[in-house]
Design a protein around this ligand. Sequence first.
Ligand SMILES: [Zn+2]
Length: 389
Amino acid sequence: MIAVLDSTLREGEQTPGVFFDSHVKMAIAEKLDRLGVDIIEAGHPVVGEEIANGLRRIVSSSLQARIGAHSRSLKKDVDLALECGVGFLGIFYCVGDERLRDCSSTLNQAIDMISETISYARSRKSDLLIRYTPEDTVRSPMENVLSVSREAVRAGADIISIADTTGHLIPGSARTMSEWVRRLRASLDHAGLEARIAVHCHNDRGLALANALDGYQAGADIIDASVLGLGERAGITDLASLLAVLSQDFPVAHHWQLAELPGLYQLVSRYADVPIPVNHPICGRNAFTHCAGVHIQAALKNPIHYQSLAPEPFGLTSQIALDHMSGMAALQYSLEHIGAIDLDRELQESILAKVKDVGRHGRTVDVNELRWIVSYQKEKAINKETYVA
Ligand SMILES: [Zn+2]
């Protein structure tokens, strides 16, 4: 069964300008838990006391999800994370040639140091879920990554994460996540080692979700994501889009409470001060809104004509909206939809003129506002008649 690791509180807080107070972190963690993510990566405690405190607070609330911390390959990072009570530890260290050179280290020295840190963490907590990430995996020599991964598993790592740290991969090209997953799996199998494979995809080329799904189809066991795709630079895989595709388009057994997504996005958006784009899949204001005349006509008969993803699993419904481009046909379908029938042509034209007027000011008219406009224009027409008489 595919597992999802949410990193809104760790990677997401690395978004420039984003900071979550501990009580907000707690509220976000509770919502993520209700949604049903498997692991909540909630910070890198050595970065600051408030991060460590937030982590402790989340750990103490006994959520269903495993609560995890990030850790450099250093015992003091491991110690602090364990002191915070985490059940998951993500240890990272890059084994790219240039990085090793910059650290005046050889591959073997790096492998020894990483193995020692993992063994230490394992010795301190036997049921700790340990992930090792060769940071910038996909731009590091594959042989380095495969060697260090085998040794990490031998030292006690349960998960190896393939990190596309710079959003470098492109599905279907010469550099794909699926190739990395297959090669890593084959290398572990060949050595008689068992570990879960995670994929961590950055969105620098707008391909994080595509790469994550590419990894999933090649057999990855865990996918990292965050609310609104928050993270360093262009962020990482967007959680809502990922869960939508996995739950609706793949035969994935899951326990996700998808209707929690819109509220979770509003919560994170508000406290991260990052607006939800109107065209964000699932949680954007326009995601299930039909506007063009022919679309409204078809969608009111049967939404499937212009929807391949239904809003209901996410606790949402299809909406119609009118704007400056709307014509009489779209208006008439919308009027029928709200039960405003038998309006004379002149009244319909006055309603359409008002709708277009609102649209020209950069807003759409939803069904509620349309009801108000109808009643206002009706009233106006009656008063006019009275006045004329
Ligand atoms: Zn990252």
